[in-house]
Design a protein around this ligand. Structure first.
Ligand code: CO
Length: 501
């Protein structure tokens, strides 16, 4: 069996190399590639992706996985070997079930849909995008039927981004959360004058912002010997190897949070990608467990740590040294309140911690209804606006600020959105556990010490790479499945105090 396992690892190593090479081309495309390089780059990327896919779904890989099943069954479930065989089989079966013709058709339809979505959003004209979205919903239903599911058709799509998570589980978590958040957001909305964020909109030199951000993330544990940071229009993280993890950020001269919290967010992703055990490298177990778990790491650092009073107790005096004129009239407390301003808004990516999950629930519900045939594409704008009114108490004046705002549907990313909110919740659950296990964690953070928190996350989450699902990780790290309660308690405590509600 040892020989077969070695043979499997050898083949998977080749797949990983091809995927990482493709990722490097993608990183370059979004950072340094000259504009006219795009056409050639599209071919190069497509070739590498195809090669990686072909190597992965080779019959030889399937045969090795079959031969290794009995062996894996005798091993400890949590062992590297059993996990490698289990997770690879899961990926392999999924990759095999989708006919290449459907993959091609989806690629073709979404490429055109993306172009038309850009126009539709610019003109705020849903009718332009509607026929494309109808085709995409059709194809997503076909895709879900190919992938297979036990209870509900939407489960198949969700499983692509959050393995083993079901619609019913997500609904059970979202329902109580929605009631709590709607009530909290309403109470806060009655006090719009309680917090001002005007200080964040003064003019802040771009280079000084960049340098401050670098100082912050170095202290959080981002290792510039094993990673780098560059600029891009949309911040992202890409892990090219355990010792080569790249993040990007953007800087807005007139809005401090763009760089500050964008950089901390991506650093959360990067610390995860720098933290799995070296033995897992060049196998399907490298990287992060799922999108939801990845987002738990970025949001824990960005929001729970980076938007805390303790964090700014340490960092605010340093920030004021960099920007003495802009921050002369500020103290830790006023700055802390400014970065935590809550306001119902139309655009998801600009939403605060309290209202953000409501944007996600709305999308999750609409996607479910579309895929289950309960909602027609033509009725999406009306459904969207009704839910905005119900959850946030505001109605977008047009579809550009409503159902046309996100890129996901034009790309065929159905099943993706829920992972953002699952990440926020898992972050709070992990934090609650960490505070219980690591003595004086909040005190450490107020002293600018982050090593114990990182070590805890490394041991409980990062080290496992992709071995476990979100549910398996939650049970191992916190002794319980994913729960909304720690997140609700965190929000109520924090924003109840800030807003006096
Ligand atoms: Co993220």
């Amino acid at each position: 069996m040892k020989e077969k396992l070695d043979e499997l690892k050898k083949r998977l190593g080749v797949v990983a190399d091809l995927q990482r090479a493709g990722a490097l081309l993608g990183w370059d495309q979004q950072t340094y590639m000259p504009p006219r390089g795009a056409a050639a780059r599209a071919e190069q990327t497509a070739t590498l992706n195809r090669l990686a896919h072909e190597h992965f779904i080779a019959d030889a890989v399937g045969a090795l996985l079959e031969d290794l099943q009995a062996y894996a069954a005798q091993l400890d479930y949590d062992s590297d070997e059993a996990s490698l065989i289990r997770v690879t089989k899961r990926d392999y079966d999924k990759a095999k079930r989708v006919p290449p013709a459907l993959v091609e058709e989806l690629a073709r339809v979404t490429t055109l849909a993306y172009e038309e979505w850009v126009n539709a959003r610019a003109e705020s004209n849903f009718k332009l995008f509607q026929p494309h979205l109808e085709k995409i919903v059709d194809l997503e239903i076909q895709l879900a039927n190919c992938l297979g599911y036990r209870e509900r058709i939407y489960d198949a799509l969700l499983d692509q981004y959050e393995p083993a998570m079901t619609s019913a589980q997500v609904e059970a978590i979202f329902k109580p959360l929605r009631e709590e958040l709607v009530a909290l957001a309403r109470a806060i909305a009655r006090k719009p004058e309680a917090v001002s964020d005007a200080v964040l909109r003064r003019e802040y030199d771009e280079q000084k912002q960049w340098d401050f951000g670098v100082a912050v993330i170095k202290r959080l544990g981002f290792d510039f010997e094993r990673g780098r940071q560059d600029k891009s229009p949309h911040p992202f993280t890409t892990g090219l190897a355990l010792d080569d993890v790249r993040i990007t950020t953007r800087v807005d001269k007139n809005f401090l949070p763009t760089m500050l919290f964008g950089t901390i967010h991506e650093t959360g992703h990067a610390l995860y990608d720098m933290g799995y055990r070296a033995d897992l490298e060049r196998t399907p177990l490298e990287g992060g467990a799922s999108l939801g778990v990845h987002e738990s790491q970025s949001r824990l650092w960005e929001n729970i740590v980076g938007r805390s009073r303790g964090f700014w107790t340490y960092w605010f005096p340093r920030l004021r040294e960099v920007f003495p004129a802009q921050l002369a009239d500020q103290e830790v407390e006023s700055f802390y309140r400014a970065i935590n301003r809550v306001q119902p808004s139309f655009i998801r990516v600009e939403a605060d911690e309290v209202t953000y999950p409501l944007h996600i629930m709305l999308r999750f519900e609409i996607e479910n209804e579309l895929i289950e045939g309960k909602l027609q594409v033509a009725d999406v704008p009306a459904a969207w606006n009704a839910k905005m009114q119900e959850y946030l108490g505001i109605v977008p004046p047009n579809d550009a600020l409503g159902c046309l705002q996100d890129i996901h549907w034009s790309n065929g990313y159905f099943g993706y959105f829920a992972t953002y909110a699952l990440g926020s919740m898992f972050a709070a659950q992990l934090w609650e556990q960490a505070v219980g296990e690591v003595s004086d964690l909040p005190v450490q953070i107020a002293r600018g010490e982050f090593g114990d928190l990182l070590a805890w996350l490394r041991a409980k989450v990062h080290t496992h790479g992709r071995k476990f699902t979100l549910d398996e990780l939650a049970r191992r790290a916190t002794g319980a499945p994913l729960r909304a309660q720690p997140f609700v308690a965190y929000l109520k405590r924090k924003y109840g105090e800030i807003y006096g509600v």
